[in-house]
Ligand binder design. Structure first.
Ligand SMILES: [Zn+2]
Length: 315
């Protein structure tokens, strides 16, 4: 793997094992939001270009090809994503004098797809395959989707497409039907740690979550004596389920709270799905600090404050 710190990538690698058995031309990876499916999709691309893959066929992460992929400079790979995401990564999400320049696009545009189709016509660097990494799939505007469809219908020899996203709402069925769709589940480590947590945390936390009214200070007082990791896993899974419901999927972890999740999804509104995803990502970043917080109450206030951003309906 190119990236080692996301331990669920190994899980997911097992879940896409079928790709090793049956040949494919286009794959669509759908995963719960906030779990870096874009970087996982890149793992699949890297594995095809890697010069010395691991025994499980994943990329080694150390050969020159893998280094090129990580730098985004492999000659046989193109990554189509919104400019806003690419710039975030390059600048470390710092804004440096960007106030006067045009706002980076939040969509994948048709000229990006046209560039890709041109790239797919030229022969590959190593005479082997070329790969296109495209996503999040919901960010392709209509014109870009139409152009991509042509590429999927008449792929150039040796061309492969890896599409990714957190859901399928708004994605043309013509695109979906031309891809092998693989749905990646919430990381089993997270689900396992929640199972351990369930008896200690769920009886008091689930009713609070279902209420939909986050009270950071009171919840932090209630949680103070509990292991933060257990609370974090419950909150993360709650947001995963919430985003599933917002994407029109059934709740996977908390089916008994489906009604609450649906009503919260309705209140938040589909246009704010990115906010739920961000909150989930930020909770994941707190996991590393959950071992021995110096001030548990303060740490819980950070946790619930982060969680509450998913429900922030201000613009
Ligand atoms: Zn490699």
């Amino acid at each position: 793997m190119l990236v080692k710190e996301f331990d669920w990538f190994n899980d997911w690698w097992g879940q896409i094992d079928s790709l090793r058995v049956r040949p494919w031309m286009a794959v669509l990876l759908v995963a719960p939001p906030g779990l870096q499916v874009d970087l996982f999709a890149r793992e699949l691309v890297a594995s095809r270009l890697c010069q010395s893959p691991e025994p499980n066929a994943s990329a080694c992460g150390t050969c020159p090809s893998c280094a090129w992929v990580m730098q985004g400079q492999h000659p046989d790979m193109r990554w189509l994503r919104p400019d806003a995401e690419a710039e975030d990564e390059e600048s470390g999400s710092e804004e440096e004098g960007s106030s006067e320049t045009k706002k980076p696009s939040k969509e994948v545009r048709i000229d990006q797809v046209r560039g890709l189709l041109g790239f797919s016509q030229i022969s590959s660097h190593r005479g082997a395959e070329r790969l296109a990494l495209i996503g999040p799939i919901q960010t392709l505007n209509q014109a870009a989707s139409n152009a991509l469809l042509k590429g999927l219908e008449e792929p150039a020899p040796g061309m492969r497409f890896v599409l990714y996203g957190a859901g399928l709402r708004g994605v043309p069925s013509t695109i979906i039907s031309r891809c092998r769709r693989l749905t990646l589940s919430a990381p089993s480590a997270l689900v396992m740690s929640h199972r351990e947590a369930a008896s200690e945390v769920d009886p008091w936390l689930l009713p609070l979550l279902a209420s939909g009214r986050v009270d950071v200070v009171r919840w932090a007082e209630r949680a103070e004596k509990v292991n933060p990791a257990l609370v974090l896993s419950t909150l993360q899974l709650w947001l995963l389920d919430l985003s599933r419901v917002m994407n029109g999927l059934p709740a996977a972890i908390f089916p008994a709270q489906s009604a609450s999740l649906a009503s919260q999804a309705g209140q938040i509104g589909p246009s704010r799905l990115a906010r739920v995803t961000e909150a989930q990502t930020e909770l994941q970043q707190l996991v590393g600090r959950a071992g021995h917080p110096l001030n548990p109450k303060l740490f819980f206030e950070t946790i619930f404050g982060t969680f509450s951003r998913a429900y922030d309906t201000r613009n």
